[in-house]
Design a protein around this ligand. Structure first.
Ligand SMILES: Cc1ncc(COP(=O)(O)O)c(C=O)c1O
Length: 362
């Protein structure tokens, strides 16, 4: 039987294997002393994205929860898209905020800056855009809105490791920028995330985040420590960080590979609605829209190609049950399908995906 083409697949070589053995044999597996991978990864990632500081955590979800905890959100509103993974909205609720879902731009599927303006109220505290699929949002416009209205920009960059906005890496703009390194992501770890910081007071923000990522523990001197507030167990482990260091070394190469596939899809897929091509996108996801989604997915699977749906709209979930009317999000989420795009695909795989998608998409 022909092998199945996977939707996501981490790209590994000897670098990751060596790192795992070294960490295993170091006997220091949690972050802190030992191999120091976590601190090294934080430094390297901060430099890579051009941020002022970064704090590594154990998931993108943890990154969002912690980043939003930096702002007092009790009874305040956070503006975000509904087209995202549920963590984006949960982080608002878990920090006492009110999610205000705003519609997306039909071309990029990122939050629509004009519609953000229409949703501002005296309670607006944070804008939380998602760089969907790695496509950078209109950060100039969003930063302008934040400045004019005294609002914080916290970015969900879970898909955007290595994406660029006007020649600067995503990670160097917002007050806090949250990345995910889940194994399906374009920088993959067993689990992981990071918060990159860019505000003037980044040093005190980092201090707060370091305490909150490990149960509120501060002032560690030998065996002594203090706790001034509650925190979580969100720290990144040394194995993940070691893999992250290996992955970061080849991130640009892996993203280039994705871009080459995206270019072929752009040229050869006879499907009208698809993610636009730009060098600035990491292409963590490649989305298309089809009118016959159910039969398209069934046919692709029968031809050995794994595809996905990213995402169901959050504002329609029972928990949120929002009465916001988001016509573009609702239309797109009925038709969206994600196709495989990762460095493990062979030319034959890509040919097969293009041929099959062209055959079945309506
Ligand atoms: C847009 C977005 N935000 C947040 C997350 C959460 O990241 P993690 O799975 O690392 O917790 C994800 C992961 O799928 C995501 O796609």
């Amino acid at each position: 039987m022909k092998k199945k083409i996977k939707l996501f697949d981490p790209y590994i070589d000897n670098l990751e294997k060596k790192s795992i053995i070294e960490t295993l044999e170091s006997h220091y597996w949690a972050s802190g002393d030992g191999s120091g991978n976590v601190r090294k990864f934080e430094k390297l990632f901060t430099k890579y994205v051009g941020a002022k500081e970064s704090v590594a955590v154990n998931s993108g979800t943890a990154a969002l929860n912690l980043a939003l905890s930096l702002i007092d959100l009790k009874g305040k509103e956070v503006i975000l898209p509904s087209l995202s993974f549920v963590s984006t909205a949960h982080a608002v609720i878990l920090n006492g905020g009110i999610p205000i879902f705003v519609d997306i731009d039909p071309q990029t599927l990122c939050i629509d800056a004009d519609k953000i303006k229409q949703s501002l109220t005296s309670k607006s505290r944070v804008i939380l855009p998602v760089h969907f699929g790695g496509m950078p949002c209109n950060l100039n416009e969003i930063q302008k809105i934040c400045k004019e209205n005294n609002i914080f920009l916290i970015e969900d960059a879970a898909h955007a490791s290595g994406s660029k906005y006007q020649n600067q890496k995503v990670g160097s703009h917002g007050f806090a920028v949250c990345f995910s390194f889940h194994p399906v992501k374009n920088l993959a770890m067993p689990t992981g995330g990071i918060i990159s910081l860019n505000s003037k007071n980044f040093k005190s923000m980092k201090k707060t985040l370091l305490a909150r990522r490990w149960c509120g523990i501060t002032n560690r001197h030998g065996m002594k420590y203090d706790v001034k507030e509650a925190g979580w167990n969100y720290y990144m482990n040394e194995f993940s960080a070691g893999i992250g260091i290996a992955q970061l070394k080849k991130l640009d190469k892996m993203n280039l590979f994705r871009k080459k596939i995206a270019k072929r899809y752009e040229k050869e897929l006879r499907i009208e609605q698809k993610i636009p091509f730009t060098d600035d996108c990491s292409y963590h996801l490649y989305w298309i829209q089809t009118k016959n989604r159910n039969s398209f997915i069934k046919n692709m699977q029968e031809f050995g190609i794994e595809v996905g749906i990213h995402y169901k709209p959050i504002h329609k979930m029972t928990m949120y049950n929002s009465h916001n009317i988001l016509p573009i999000t609702e239309r797109v989420t009925k038709a969206i399908v994600t196709l495989p795009i990762h460095p493990n695909l062979t030319e034959n795989d890509i040919d097969h995906i293009i041929k099959t998608a062209n055959k079945f998409a309506r």
